[in-house]
Write a protein that binds this ligand. Sequence first.
Ligand code: NAD
Ligand code: UDP
Length: 339
Amino acid sequence: MAIFVTGGAGYIGSHTVIELIKSGYDVVVADNFSNSKREAVKRVKELAGKDFSLYEIDVCNGKALDKIFTIHDIECVIHFAGLKAVGESVKKPLEYYKNNLNSTIALSNTMIRHGVNKIIFSSSATVYCPDNKMPLTEDSLTGGCTNPYGWTKYMCEQILTDVVNAGSGFTAVMLRYFNPIGAHESGKIGEDPQDIPNNIMPYIAQTAVGRREFLKIFGDDYDTADGTGVRDYLHVVDLAEGHVAAVKYAAQSSGGVDIINLGTGNGVSVLELVTAFEDATGVKIPREVVSRRPGDIAICYAATDKAKNLLGWETKKTLKEACADTWRWQKNNPGGYGL
Ligand code: NAD
Ligand code: UDP
């Protein structure tokens, strides 16, 4: 029996494959490398000390999925594959709706055809309405997304919920991630944005290594302690372990929808994050305050009780460790997997 990991060459997928193998699971990975490199998978195999099947396919392609589900005995699917750049989704909405919705539909259809009924879906805190009270619980209001990317996550959650409600016998675990940062402690795998990073941590790391001149801080006039935006940053290896816990949970579930936040439960401001990075690495980050980024909210952090109660999972790694691990990855691989 194997866990089928779509998007397993990507940032979160690659770290999760390692943790799955460490926990004794067999994995099968599919990726079209639209936002990742084969080198990442090569390094995952080295770090895990184990080979596994890798398929270069588009997960929207049902026929290609059928072949994989025929060859392998799959017990559970983790669906990471998707496009994720918020700004790009505003410029290319149809690409985002097509890729993110069609992959989820093709995968669900294939699972039904092959009698596989456990799926863990990569959702996001971005599905929550901007004006909720903090911390965000799984019952906080959703919708009102500020970009097409967020809507694709919202819609995929709805698609999977409807598949469950149609009596498919599916267990759909929707994991709403907060802000993953960090890298594997080996420094061999990490986040490797193909373009100018949207997210703050890779931007800080690329500034530290000299690929960017300075960090632009998007606003210091929010209603927060130091005026900068507050988020819930969790280490990607903790997040990967959350997926292992979700696979175990799904295995004993008799069906239904479970929506679970994965975060630390702590809010950290942009200035606190920059200071933590500087303290952990000894590298100064040049920065400038610029105007707010459209669509950003002031504060966003998770309520974590449900993850603890249902999955027995909580984060273990500190912000300092996440910063040190990010830096080890970036310093050893200044150009990411490309160099
Ligand atoms: P990533 O881009 O590093 O990984 C996604 C992988 O999916 C890439 O390797 C890409 O090549 C692949 N892919 C995309 N479309 C595909 C398709 N049609 N067929 C096959 N492969 C395809 O992103 P990530 O940061 O690892 O995120 C993984 C998932 O988690 C995504 O669905 C993302 O939306 C979600 N998520 C990420 C974050 C974050 O901050 N990184 C936060 C919340 C949710
Ligand atoms: N941010 C910033 N400069 C950047 C990127 C992000 O100041 O170059 C801020 C952003 O305004 C937010 C926080 O950092 O307050 C996290 O942003 P990110 O895009 O990483 O995550 P998200 O906003 O999607 O939670």
